[in-house]
Design a protein around this ligand. Sequence first.
Ligand SMILES: [Zn+2]
Length: 120
Amino acid sequence: MDASDSATPSTQTAEPTHRPSWRPCPQCGAKRVYRSHRRSFAERILSLAGMKIRRCHACGLRYTRLGGSVLLMADVEGLLRRLALVALMIGGLGLILAAVIFYGAWRASLGEAGLLIVVR
Ligand SMILES: [Zn+2]
């Protein structure tokens, strides 16, 4: 037995790819996950909130991470779209309410003026 130079303590396969600090894709497990460009207003808002949008180059999944959970961009955008719709509806209702109040006040002032004219 001649086991002189058989010590291979580390098999470091220095991959020339990107930093391995980022976790793999939550859907397919591939490591080809990169930061993704912001595509929509919703993604811009998430980016401003400090969330980094990632995209898997293997399966095309776009996602961000919030704490320990994964948020898929499709879900996030659907949610934000629904929230925007609700905000639009509330804004529309407020506009209608303001118009009704303004119209009522306008009618009341006309009524007072008319009443004054009738009295005189
Ligand atoms: Zn993937």
